[in-house]
Each structure stands twice: as structure tokens, then as C-alpha cells.
Design a protein around this ligand. Structure first.
Ligand SMILES: NC(=O)c1ccc[n+]([C@@H]2O[C@H](COP(=O)([O-])OP(=O)(O)OC[C@H]3O[C@@H](n4cnc5c(N)ncnc54)[C@H](OP(=O)(O)O)[C@@H]3O)[C@@H](O)[C@H]2O)c1
Length: 273
């Protein structure tokens, strides 16, 4: 199975909604083939109106799907796994987006025969621009292609070792907040030098998009592009050097390391066992 026919998403909150809508927007899935659950399905009425089957019966959703995407909070996962384990067959593929819960822990409920893949997306998934890291153990390696079939529709994907899922949480899932804060800071600078707040934010955000697109389309190192902007004795190098004197790169690096350490503390079982 490279592309699943029917997908169930158990725990449709913020992330599950983005996954559901993203799969249908990609044109690869019909809403009728993406089954959604949460305990309060009445909160999914707009998704129901858009043709998604919606309910609170996790077991029924599992039985009617070939791929099960887990989107509940970490502390809710054990209960959901205990509930659906009897309905999960060896032909199912389980994809867990749940931060910090290892494949080995999921296997405690599902046993050794079911393929289990972990996926760590970020909120860019809402617009098909997630950076999603995927990890599988040896027994699930063949199922990674199915996870690609889902998450390639929702942005970019990269396969990593399971022990890299904690650093992936810091760099990608938390990371989107770090870049948003950098854009906010740039817009505040923009206001101080003469733009209205809405203009400053639009200018900063589009400039950030251009910077990211330059790197992604060329494959160049950032310094190659920076060298093109830094005229000798020009304003860019003065600005850059002032930022570095104030600890710009160091602050970002230390923030990412701190987030990774914290993610490991919050989710001590996240590494492969
Ligand atoms: N948000 C992100 O940027 C992001 C990024 C990467 C990974 N993640 C991971 O994704 C997971 C979900 O995050 P989120 O932000 O989407 O959380 P969320 O908005 O709280 O969604 C969790 C959903 O699970 C439902 N739920 C709880 N118990 C359930 C049960 N027994 N059966 C069915 N549904 C149940 C809840 O709805 P009811 O209370 O109505 O049941 C809720 O809608 C987390 O594990 C998080 O670590 C999130």
C-alpha cells in the first residue's frame, strides 16, 4: 500500500483538523475517506458539513480505515491505544503525531506486528507548508512510504532516526514560533524606522519568505546569499554586525538547544528504546 484508501484521524483538535483539511486540499483524498473522531464530535460540525465522517467512536473509525493517525495529547494516548488495540489488525498502519511517545511505548499496546511510524509536523501544515520529520523502527520501515503519501501532501518531509524526534520537535515544531518571533522583532524595528504596524509586519513577513525561498530554491548556504547583500561599508553589514554584537545568532542557537533539552525532560521516553 503506497497511498491509503481510508484514513482515520483519532483526536481531531488543532493538528488533526489541519491534517484532515490538508489531505483533502491536496486533491489526493476525498473527505468521505478521512474519518474523524474526538470525544465531543459536535465541535467538528464544520468538518462534518464539508463531508468528513465525524464521530466519537474510535474503534469504528479504526475498523473502517487502513491507516490510523493518532493526534491526541500525550497524556490521552494510553487510553486511546488501550481502547483501539483490539481493533487494530497487522494490516493497519499507525502514524503517531504525539510528541514524546516512542514507538516502543505504542507497541506495548499494539504488539510487534503492526507498523508504527512517528511523524513530527509543525503548524505550517495548515497551509501545506509543514516541515515534518518521520521515524520508524526496523519492523515498520516498509510503512514509511505510506506516511510519506500522507505528509508529502502537507509540506516537506524528512526521514530521521527516532532519537532525533526530540531535536526535531525543538527545531521544527517549536522552531516555527522562533521564526515568528524573529519576524515580529523585525516588524517592531520597522515601526521604529517609520512604517505603520500593518505595513511593517507585511514587509517583514514577505522578506522572511523571500529569504527562505532563496535558500530552498538554490540550495545555497545563507552566507552566500548574505554576501550578495553586504556592500563594503554598506548599511547591511553595519546592521548585521550590530545584531551579532547583541547576540543574535547566539540567542537563536541557545533557544533551540534549550527547547530540545526541555523537550527531552518533558517527554523522557521520546528516544527509541
Ligand atoms: N499543535 C502542533 O503544532 C503540534 C505539532 C507537532 C505535534 N503535535 C502533537 O499533536 C498532538 C495533538 O496536538 P493538538 O495541538 O492538536 O492538541 P489538541 O488541539 O488538544 O487536540 C487533541 C484532540 O484529541 C481529542 N481527544 C482527546 N481524547 C480523545 C479520545 N479518547 N478519543 C478521541 N479524541 C480524543 C480532543 O478532543 P475531545 O476533548 O473532544 O475528545 C482534542 O480535540 C499532541 O500529541 C502534540 O504533541 C502538535
Amino acid at each position: 500500500m503506497s497511498r491509503p484508501e481510508r484514513v482515520s484521524i483519532l483526536g481531531v483538535g488543532n493538528l488533526g483538523t489541519c491534517v484532515a483539511r490538508g489531505l483533502v486540499s491536496s486533491g489526493e483524498f476525498e473527505a468521505a475517506n478521512v474519518l474523524l473522531t474526538r470525544r465531543r464530535p459536535e465541535l467538528l460540525s464544520s468538518l462534518r458539513d464539508d463531508g468528513f465522517p465525524v464521530g466519537s467512536d474510535n474503534v469504528a473509525a479504526v475498523r473502517e480505515s487502513d491507516v490510523v493517525v493518532l493526534c491526541v495529547q500525550p497524556q490521552q494516548l494510553d487510553g486511546v491505544l488501550a481502547e483501539v488495540a483490539p481493533a487494530i489488525a497487522p494490516t493497519h498502519i499507525v502514524v503517531s503525531t504525539v510528541s514524546g511517545v516512542s514507538i516502543a511505548e505504542i507497541r506495548r499496546f499494539l504488539g510487534p506486528d503492526v507498523a508504527v511510524v512517528r511523524a513530527m509536523p509543525n503548524i505550517g501544515i495548515a497551509i501545506g507548508q509543514s516541515m515534518t520529520c518521520l521515524a520508524a523502527d526496523e519492523a515498520s520501515a516498509a510503512a514509511v512510504g505510506v506516511a510519506h503519501a500522507l505528509f508529502d501532501q502537507l509540506g516537506h518531509t524528512l526521514e530521521v532516526q527516532e532519537e532525533q524526534m526530540v531535536p526535531a520537535t525543538a527545531l521544527c515544531a517549536c522552531g516555527i514560533a522562533f521564526f515568528l518571533r524573529a519576524i515580529r522583532a523585525a516588524s517592531q524595528g520597522g515601526i521604529e524606522i517609520g512604517f505603520h504596524a500593518d505595513e511593517a509586519l507585511a514587509l517583514a513577513a514577505q522578506t522572511a519568505r523571500g529569504a527562505a525561498e532563496l535558500l530552498l530554491s538554490s540550495g545555497n548556504h545563507p552566507e552566500i546569499e548574505i554576501d550578495r547583500v553586504t556592500t563594503p561599508k554598506g548599511c547591511t553589514i553595519y546592521g548585521l554586525n550590530e545584531m551579532e554584537n547583541r547576540g543574535f545568532s547566539s540567542a537563536l542557537i541557545r533557544g533551540i538547544i534549550t527547547a530540545s533539552v526541555k523537550a527531552a525532560e518533558l517527554y523522557p521516553h521520546a528516544a527509541a528504546e
